[in-house]
Design a protein around this ligand. Structure first.
Ligand code: PLP
Length: 338
């Protein structure tokens, strides 16, 4: 298989879109495919989400939007991040929609006005009178995954601020908002992480009826017996206390298997096994119970190995782990199914 293989299951993406559409109860689902679809592939995921009923795609930058336009044709595409002055003309020509959260409202392109209801990042502190070209009103949750009181206050602020402006599409919720706050649905919701089957709450995604779409697999490239006192890896952070079989997996932090994943579990031949010693740039070690053949399959993500569990070990969130996967073809083979 080479070093490793990333498999993206588009049927899982479609089923997750269906789950979100049911929660949205009539509001539109807009699929967030920034950062190359959270590492899953923006074009494939975007196409699958549209097939499953999403009505727009959201990206962070104008170049991401232009790439989707070229690949997918007529889809509705919203660029959520700031567009530079130089990018506005190309956005207009490609019929991309832009978000304005500060400064002047460009007239020549369709725009969504972004109100800051508590994120304290991008966004206007008051909504100005919409000018020609304004098609939507939006805001963004700061803590829909963890703070109900603050989230309810953001919903109320958005509802009040947009009440006098009918006829414009109102969109506020992200994945966590859709899954926990029915009142946040408004006219449309921008969902990313849940579409990929990863929990926005850092829990098991299955609890919300979501199915991981990504599988990352490799294999044992070397197997060796450490005698007591012998170690594996940089810094000798794992030293065998008794004779210990270890397997070397040809994946490291340059592939996106982060250095702080020491201690997490992967599956070796289907069995949970612990990552031991320092993760290096191109390899890491797992402790085995017995000698196994070189070529034994190792699952790094998927098939029972949860991104959310890796994220807990690494002290981060699932978003960062999948966005950090190195998808260059010299590193891993990418397979799309479904
Ligand atoms: C990334 C992003 C989203 C999607 O958030 P998820 O938690 O992945 O659903 C929605 N809105 C904005 C403005 C974003 O930047």
């Amino acid at each position: 298989m080479g070093r490793s293989e990333l498999t993206i299951d588009l049927d899982a993406i479609r089923r997750n879109a269906g789950t979100l559409l049911r929660a949205l109860d009539g509001a539109e689902l807009w699929a967030v495919v920034k950062a190359d679809g959270y590492g899953h592939g923006a074009v494939d995921v975007g196409r699958a989400a549209l097939e499953a009923g999403a009505t727009a795609l959201c990206v962070a930058t104008v170049p991401e939007g232009l790439a989707l336009r070229a690949a997918l044709g007529a889809a509705r595409i919203l660029v959520m991040g700031r567009a530079s002055d130089g990018e506005i003309a190309s956005a207009r020509e490609a019929a991309l929609e832009l978000v304005v959260g500060a400064g002047e409202i460009p007239e020549s392109v369709r725009v969504h006005l972004k109100l800051d209801t508590g994120m304290g990042r991008w966004g206007l502190s008051e909504l100005p009178a919409p000018t020609r070209g304004v098609v939507g009103l939006m805001s963004h949750f700061a803590s829909a995954d963890c703070d109900p009181a603050f989230t309810e206050a953001q919903i109320e602020r958005f509802r009040d601020a947009t009440a006098g402006l009918p006829g414009l599409t109102r969109h506020l919720a992200n994945s966590a908002g859709v899954l926990r706050y029915p009142a946040a649905a408004f006219d449309a919701a921008r969902c990313g992480i849940a579409l990929y089957g990863i929990s926005p709450f850092g829990e098991s995604a299955a609890a919300d009826g979501l199915e991981p779409a990504l599988r990352w697999e490799s294999e044992l490239a070397q197997v060796k017996l450490l005698a007591p006192g012998e170690s594996t890896g940089y810094g000798r952070r794992f030293t065998a206390g008794r004779p210990t079989w270890i397997g070397i997996v040809p994946v490291g932090y340059a592939d996106g298997f982060r250095r702080d994943l020491t201690g997490t579990q992967v599956r070796v031949g289907g069995e949970p096994r612990r990552v031991v010693g320092t993760v290096s740039m191109d390899a890491f070690a797992v402790a085995l119970e017995r000698e196994l053949p070189v070529g034994t399959p190792v699952t790094l993500i998927g098939a029972g190995v949860e991104v959310e569990e890796h994220a807990r070990v690494a002290g981060t969130i699932g978003y960062e782990l999948v966005a950090g996967l190195n998808r260059s073809s010299e590193r891993s083979r990418r397979v799309v199914v479904g």
